[in-house]
Write a protein that binds this ligand. Structure first.
Ligand code: CP
Ligand code: NVA
Length: 318
């Protein structure tokens, strides 16, 4: 295969990647296609320096293993350079404005990946930066995660449209991006959460409007068993997200009955796959037996973060 065989789409150039709602279904599939060809190139160890000489700044105000390593390795494999910027070490952490940070970084870098708390900060960064901004997780959304997850489901099931995904847990950033991403690709998404832990109503509404066009059915229920029946994909995430550490004990109580264990999994389709964005709190939202069992694809998801993010970077930063 020649390098020219990785087909990039010019319509992506210079765009931000903040929410899957900003991309059409066709564009989402174009990202999968590029990710699959880059994955194949990497598997064959064929160089693919699509971003030679380009630099990605990676701002983190929260911890990360997968996002940091996959973006850094990803930009390196594309021939570029990844600059880790801990918010503690840059002036942003001492009160320099998002505006001034965006303007300054745009003079040095070719793209910015940011992981932070407030989603508005990412929107502001993108507004003032003249280079693409990629959302590496906010309190509201985690789109790169869900893009990698959908690629994983596509690889395993050969389709996305018409499948049923049951998310068992908190109506959090991952649940929000699953609602929007599922709606975009026509996949049914059922969220099972305790009372008071429902997804953000504005996100649910936004996803429902998208679902109307694609035929996806979205639902929120309060019984994990009801959600899992007939599911092709069973997905879970931590009960206390980053920034909610103080609520952890209360949440452990409130999420009683929401552990994805072998008994719950039996209600899904026999060939159902189990997903978790990681990091997991084993023994809380998922048992060791399920996480390490034959239906689990959690480390494939982690790997696909690399390939999908390389595709996103190559498309928007080329
Ligand atoms: N899933 C995910 O984003 O993992 P990290 O927090 O380790 O980046
Ligand atoms: N919901 C989790 C996802 C971590 C990747 C969090 O925000 O901490």
């Amino acid at each position: 295969m020649l390098m020219s065989e990785v087909k990039l789409y010019p319509s992506f150039q210079g765009r931000d990647f903040i929410c899957m709602a900003d991309y059409t279904q066709e564009e989402i599939y174009q990202i999968f296609e590029v990710a699959q060809s880059l994955k194949e190139k990497q598997r064959r160890r064929e160089p693919h320096p699509l971003l030679a000489g380009k630099t990605l700044g990676m701002i983190f105000t929260k911890s990360s293993t997968r996002t940091r390593v996959s973006f850094e390795v990803g930009i390196y494999q594309l021939g570029g350079y990844g600059l880790f910027l801990s918010a503690n070490d840059i002036q942003l952490g001492r009160g320099e404005t998002i505006h001034d940070t965006a303007k300054t970084l745009s003079r040095y870098l070719d793209g910015i990946m940011i992981r932070t708390y407030d989603h508005q900060d990412v929107l502001d960064l993108a507004k003032y930066a003249s280079i693409p901004v990629i959302n590496g997780l906010t309190d509201l959304l985690h789109p790169c995660q869900i893009m990698g997850d959908l690629l994983t489901i596509l690889e395993r099931k050969g389709q996305l449209q018409g499948l049923k995904l049951a998310f068992i847990g908190d109506g959090n950033n991952v649940a929000h991006s699953l609602l929007i991403g599922g709606a975009k690709v026509g996949m049914d998404v059922v969220i099972a959460c305790p009372m008071g832990y429902e997804p953000n109503p504005a996100i649910y509404q936004q996803a429902s409007a998208i679902a109307e066009a694609t035929g996806a059915r979205l639902q929120v229920v309060h019984d994990p068993r009801e959600a899992v029946v007939g599911a092709d994909v069973v997905y879970t995430d931590v009960w206390a997200s980053m920034g909610q550490e103080k609520e952890r004990e209360k949440r452990i109580q409130d999420f009683t009955g929401y552990c994805v264990d072998a008994q719950l999994l039996k209600l899904a389709k026999p060939e159902a796959i189990v997903m978790h964005c990681l990091p997991a709190h084993r023994g809380e939202e998922i048992t060791d037996e399920v996480m390490d069992g034959p239906q689990s694809v959690v480390f494939d998801e982690a790997e696909n973060r690399l390939h999908i993010q390389k595709a996103i970077m190559a498309l928007v930063m080329a």
